[in-house]
Write a protein that binds this ligand. Structure first.
Ligand code: GLY
Length: 584
């Protein structure tokens, strides 16, 4: 499938389609691509450290590690492990994620790719039934699970970048798993949403549905098997999870329940360090997730398309229309081109080039929405179900006093992942296999489609939207990210635009959210975010509107102002997280 490239003379097009202010700003910015920063960095170390995460117990664990002299990477290990215990609905040892690290000493950024991989026995059409339709096995049960990367990432980050031993950084998680944590209303609502799946597997129900029911608020949930696995990792490192007793239990349990994991899958699992996606938007340096996350590429594609225009000078409707049209095009390219680069050729340089962005946006019409089907040549697309997206996955942001920082987005995919706990481990397995294009041209849980680039292959990593991100405007560094499936990228995008216009950490996490992902061809938005005027203006341009019945996302942001040396942190009020700034 090839997208249609229409090369239209930019100047004639701008004059005929855009308000004159946008044309002027396009010319000014296009002629001045290398603007000097007006304000240089002042402080390279900070008086304060900060942690913002999706759970107060995880934030506290990170703060404790920083107070004990650990660095941001030690704190990231502690926070990851505690989230694995207290947010079983969002992330865990049975899942994976991306840890974006900034190393202050060398001024380097690295992405630790702990994404799950397809088992060696996986096949392209393993989720297609005899009737040619996809089964639910990519979502529920052990066949839905990719080989997890979180345990390997914990050990990798601790050994390569940390200062404290795993016995220290994993301590809080071990204690919370063994002694238990109090169930919140937030936990309850997530367990309620998938109670059927949790009940399907007795070993899962034993832990998460004691007495066959979702526990009451304030009940203490203990996970003694999980505590033992965490201790095994703390004692034996990677082999404490990927070999020996834990690995045997994982594989036996998965195979007995019809899954395809083998010991070799676990032994072969490797963390990959990747160069993050680097970009610039109107003098903001951007560092974001590389493939197999689509996050950094899609984010930069949208920003590149928007960079020629003065969004602040536009009417509210024009601004939203333009942002939505850029999202539509970038999400189209996600579906068409993106997959695990270790297996398929992805034209990353081309997708990230300004030349491509200008071409891609050359058919923008400020009067009318571009129907998504106009962006593709073949009519591969059926009516796509509108999928209600859940607030699973998790994110945290950390800054230490040396200026090291971490943005990490972690997942087991849907609430409580596949719902399957491997017997005797307490580990809930992910259902990230659903992030592959199960049937190219068909929508997944998030309503996202994909092409052959993201088809299943043994050992391949499934495409993700997780987008841990750093922003730097010459004086302020922002460390941010959020859960939210396919909407992660548009949330990070809206916050990036807000940061470029001076938003605080609090304003970034609280922004009202809207989203377009090419298909379904509609603008999705949080309840009440568009007023009547905006709705009718967007409708008159031909946009379909889908007001969701609730809000979404759970962003956590830390901002370090290197000019004033002030550190601020904020956690999204949509969740139950906590942001804390501390000092030694
Ligand atoms: N499982 C959600 C993502 O990786 O984007």
């Amino acid at each position: 499938m090839m997208f249609r490239v229409r090369i239209i003379d930019q100047f004639i097009w701008l004059i005929s389609h855009l308000p004159i202010y946008a044309a002027i700003s396009f010319l000014l910015i296009a002629c001045n691509t290398s603007q000097e920063r007006s304000t240089p960095i002042k402080n390279t170390q900070t008086n304060d450290f900060a942690v913002a995460s999706a759970h107060p117990l995880a934030t506290q664990a990170g703060i404790n590690i920083l107070q004990q002299g650990g660095n941001a990477f030690d704190a990231a290990v502690a926070v990851t492990a505690v989230l694995a215990v207290v947010e079983p609905y969002a992330s865990g040892l049975g899942g994976g994620g991306f840890w974006l690290l900034h190393l202050a000493d060398s001024d380097q950024n690295v992405m630790v790719d702990g994404r799950e991989v397809a088992p060696l026995a996986a096949t392209r059409d393993m989720y297609i039934g005899a009737d040619g339709k996809s089964t639910d096995q990519s979502v529920s049960g052990p066949l839905a699970a990719g080989i997890p990367g979180t345990a390997a990432a914990l050990v990798h980050i601790a050994e390569k970048y940390g200062q404290l031993p795993l016995s220290t950084t994993l301590r809080s998680a071990v204690d919370l798993a063994r002694d238990g944590f109090q169930v919140s209303e937030y936990y309850q609502s997530r367990a309620d949403a998938v109670i059927k799946r949790l009940s399907t597997f007795p070993q899962t129900a034993d832990i998460f549905l004691p007495q066959g029911e979702v526990p009451q608020i304030g009940d203490v949930l203990q996970q003694s098997d999980l505590a033992k696995v965490l201790e095994s990792i703390s004692k034996y490192g990677v082999s404490g999870f990927y070999e020996g007793e834990v690995a045997n239990k994982l594989v036996n349990s998965v195979q007995q329940a019809g899954g395809i994991w083998q010991l070799e899958d676990l032994k072969n699992y490797k963390i990959i360090e990747r160069q993050p996606i680097l970009g610039n938007y109107k003098n903001i340096d951007i560092v974001s997730a590389a493939l197999p996350s689509s996050g950094g590429i899609v984010l930069m594609q949208v920003l590149n398309m928007l960079s020629a225009y003065d969004l602040q000078g536009m009417s509210d409707t024009d601004r939203k229309h333009m942002i939505i049209e850029a999202m539509r095009r970038a999400y189209h390219d996600r579906a068409e081109f993106l997959g695990d680069e270790d297996f398929v050729d992805v034209p990353v340089d081309k997708l990230l080039s300004m030349k491509y962005a200008k071409t891609r946006f050359s058919d923008l019409n400020m009067q009318f929405a571009t129907p998504s089907l106009n962006l593709i040549d073949q009519d591969i697309v059926e009516a796509f179900p509108i999928v209600e997206e859940a607030q699973n996955t998790t994110h945290f942001s950390i800054l230490d006093q040396k200026g090291n920082h971490v943005a990490a987005t972690l997942s087991i995919n849907y609430y409580f992942g596949s719902g399957f706990v491997a017997e005797g481990t307490g580990i809930l397995l992910n259902n990230e296999m659903d992030d592959f294009a199960i049937q190219p041209g068909h929508a997944n849980l998030w309503g996202l489609i994909g092409s052959e680039a993201n088809a299943i292959q043994p050992g391949k990593r499934m495409l993700s939207s997780m987008s841990p991100t750093f922003l730097f405007d010459g004086k302020r560094t922002a460390i941010l990210g959020t859960p939210g499936g396919s909407r992660i990228i548009s949330m990070v995008l809206l916050s990036t635009l807000a940061f470029s216009e001076g938003a605080t950490a609090q304003e970034m996490v609280q922004l009202p959210r809207y989203h377009h992902q090419f298909l379904p061809d509609e603008i999705q938005f949080e309840k009440g975010v568009f007023n009547e005027k905006t709705r009718s203006a967007l409708k008159s341009k031909g946009h379909a509107l889908n007001e969701l019945g609730r809000n979404y996302g759970n962003m956590h942001t830390v901002i370090w102002n290197q000019q004033t040396n002030e550190v601020t942190a904020a956690s999204d009020s949509r969740g139950i997280g906590q942001a804390q700034v501390g000092t030694n």
